[in-house]
Design a protein around this ligand. Sequence first.
Ligand code: PMP
Ligand code: GLU
Length: 395
Amino acid sequence: MKLAKRISSLSESLTIAISTKAAELKAKGIDVLSFSAGEPDFDTPEVIKNAVKTALDKGCSKYTPVPGTKEVLQAIAYKLKHDNNLEYKPSQIVTNVGAKHSLFNLFQALIDDGDEVIIPSPYWVSYPEMVKFSGGVPVFIEADDKAGFKITAQQLKAAITPKTKALCLNHPNNPSGAIYTRDEILAFGEVLKGTDIVVLSDEMYEKLTFDGEFVSVASVSDDLFKRTVTINGLSKCGAMPGWRFGYMASAIDELNSAVKKLQSQSTSNISSLTQAGAIVSLMGESDADIKHMKGEYLKRRDLAVDMINAIKGLSVAKPSGAFYLFVNCKDVEPDSMKFCSQLLEKANVACVPGIGFGMDGYFRLSFATDINSIKKGIERIANFVKEYKNDTNNN
Ligand code: PMP
Ligand code: GLU
């Protein structure tokens, strides 16, 4: 059958493809340790589950308004004010089926054929594919590890053309963990002043900030507030990945209306039960659980960084946020696809090749998994690297 051109040129998400492969191998009885999916190993906090059980008993089973219930929109507005010093009206907020859906809708609503979207690399795997699917052209700015995986305002300035429609910023960053400071964001704001460029600020890992302070892009200046769409969700920091809860908030009212219109013809509202559960997290009722998870992630990060840096041939800097290590493997195998496929085949360890994030010579290891698996998995990586180097030297 001849499928539509736009779907034929779309690639499958590499993070999802690798986690699916690891799960299939596990189901066959193979002892695979998976560090591939960016998914918390923690269960959703009890207080959220209980609230949803009550909501279900009370008949929370009807359609809701497309952007979300009054209560969930108010809870998001409260959260954005309380945590991020952002003043959005509930009418400026739309809930979506995960932040992935927020981004997908935004690109569909914003991008015309040939419009350019600036994406700093390394980037989360889905951005370029979503941009291309909307007819746009991704324009990459490389942020290498010597620069702490951060782009500079000068690099941003040099990447802007008359066709630039949007800038996609994501901090704490997946996969590098990099976090921009207030001054760095202000400098981006100065470069963007006088343009029509929209900033899509993906703040999914906000509460997993280990070093430094997290600053919301839209909170830094009036000009940035006017041009930024703040995107967030509860899959990572709220331990609610399967619930599919994401949202976008912006002062660009015609963009909000466009997304609501698109959603009215596609998914309608997100699950009513998910909205009921999200309110509990947004209002801070699961903050003690979130604090506990953050403490555990921090211990895992420090252990994983030390163990990786003890392996000759691999190196990684301590990520400031999120729950990934983006490990340099150039001295072992610069082809990250080859490194990861051999690692899975020979050592039964699943990691994601850096090439999927736009940077070869690296691989991503998620430490959102229990500490024993981290220890065992990195020991396997150490043995694999030793043997890989021996094999290469002997050939
Ligand atoms: N942005 C980033 C940077 C991510 O890592 C993810 C991971 N899934 C998402 C957005 C989307 O998350 P979700 O759709 O689960 O809300
Ligand atoms: N965002 C997560 C990751 O990067 C989950 C998978 C996905 O949606 O890409 O692994």
